[in-house]
Design a protein around this ligand. Structure first.
Ligand code: NDP
Length: 365
């Protein structure tokens, strides 16, 4: 795993080198609107400065928190733990719970809320957690860690529900914070919001006109392809004389749990708060896996505006849902209506054919 990460880093370093980019392996601090001081003692000046320092795992402030690993360290474990507790209910917690469970570690997950993947469509997150539990993840909702201690055979954990357990490893997946500390930003008059994110406008420009910021350090939509788009828009704006705002609307994404959850647009709950909707939804055991004796359910859902007929949200829980939502995302981004979806002939037998064959709404409101 580490070897693969090192290989990938090498690939990226080569891309930079081949494109004439000079890199410095040093910490940098902004000292004025056009100058960066490096920890090596050198200073560099430039017409424009782009801050893209990303995020860093956040740890809850509890006794023994330092005993836990985060997604930064999990790739560096020497061996697969026999048992692991994963704390959190977001992308990283759910993905790693599935990975560790799939690799054969006895996997427990604590999430403080009532259902994992807060913010996603309720029915979709319900099905993902049901399938995770079915596949062996010991998921405890409404549960958090109170205290941890090193003991002879691992890490002792006391939970908010009073239970006590010992795990080989504990991993915090409790969010990532913008990596904006000690960059000299505030001294320059660049403001950070309450989460520590650098405040930027639609062109990723900060309050200091020569300084821009993109990616997780701005805490807009924290996804790699979004950061890449922000970078492209920065290049258009600053170097090509073509001011380009970043389009953060209708960004498709996928949670790589088992099964995967692919989503674009509004959840049923968010859409209902906005306007009257119709909901088309089907959940079934796909033929291809049923024949193989696998009983996992999948789900396809469209959230449709009653007035414009536009598909406001598409939610898919299924193997390869990430692949499916990339394509469905094109139609939704184009403003397709439910009738546009219906005009497309099904590809049979597939799972995703359901997305064009749902005729009757399951709910209106
Ligand atoms: P998320 O913000 O998605 O989830 C954080 C989780 O930790 C939430 O369930 C939150 O609970 C919980 N939490 C926060 N603070 C505490 C605390 N003090 N005690 C207990 N639980 C706590 O962050 P992740 O770390 O999962 O992921 C970071 C970012 O990486 C995300 O923005 C995501 O977009 C991105 N990512 C994307 C992937 C993808 O595209 N497939 C894969 C991996 C990461 P609550 O809901 O109650 O606030």
């Amino acid at each position: 795993m580490v070897a693969e990460l090192d290989r990938l880093e090498g690939v990226y370093r080569n891309i930079l080198k081949n494109n004439g980019v000079e890199t410095f392996d040093a910490r940098a601090t902004l000292v004025d609107a056009h100058t960066v001081a490096l920890s090596t003692g050198e200073t560099k000046t430039a017409k424009h400065i782009l801050v893209a320092t990303g995020g860093w795992p956040a740890r809850p402030d509890i006794p023994g928190a330092e005993l836990a690993i985060t997604s930064n360290e999990i790739f560096h474990l020497d061996e697969l733990p026999k048992s692991i507790l994963i704390v959190g209910g977001g992308f990283i917690a759910c993905e790693f719970a599935c990975i560790m469970n799939g690799l054969g570690a006895k996997t427990t997950q604590f999430y403080r809320g009532a259902q994992v993947l807060r913010g996603f469509d309720d029915e979709a997150r319900g099905l993902v957690s049901e399938e995770m539990i079915q596949s062996g993840v010991d998921l405890h909702l409404g549960t958090n860690v109170l205290e941890m201690k090193k003991v002879e055979d691992g890490i002792w954990v006391k939970a908010t529900n009073g239970s006590e357990h010992v795990f080989d490893q504990v991993m915090f997946a409790t969010g990532r914070a913008p990596n904006s500390a000690n960059l000299g930003l505030e001294d320059l008059g660049i403001s950070l919001d309450r989460s520590g994110a650098i405040e930027v406008d639609a062109y990723s420009q900060t309050a200091v006109p020569s300084v821009y910021a993109i990616g997780d350090v701005t805490n807009r939509i924290n996804l790699t392809p979004v950061a890449i788009r922000e970078g492209m828009a920065f290049v258009e704006t600053v170097f090509k004389g073509n001011p380009t705002p970043v389009d953060h609307d209708l960004v498709p994404s996928a949670v790589f749990t088992q099964p995967e959850l692919g989503t674009v647009g509004l959840s049923e709950e968010a859409a209902r708060d906005q306007e009257p909707i119709e909901v088309y939804c089907t959940s079934f055991k796909p033929m291809q896996s049923a024949f193989a004796g696998n009983s996992n359910r999948v789900m396809m859902k469209l959230v449709v505006s009653q007035s414009s007929r536009k598909v406001l949200g598409c939610h898919i829980v299924a193997p390869q849902a990430g692949e499916m939502i990339q394509l469905a995302g094109i139609a939704v981004k184009m403003g397709a209506t439910k009738e546009d979806f219906d005009r497309v002939v099904a590809v049979h037998p597939t799972m995703s054919e359901e997305i064009v064959t749902m005729r009757t709404p399951v709910r209106r409101g």
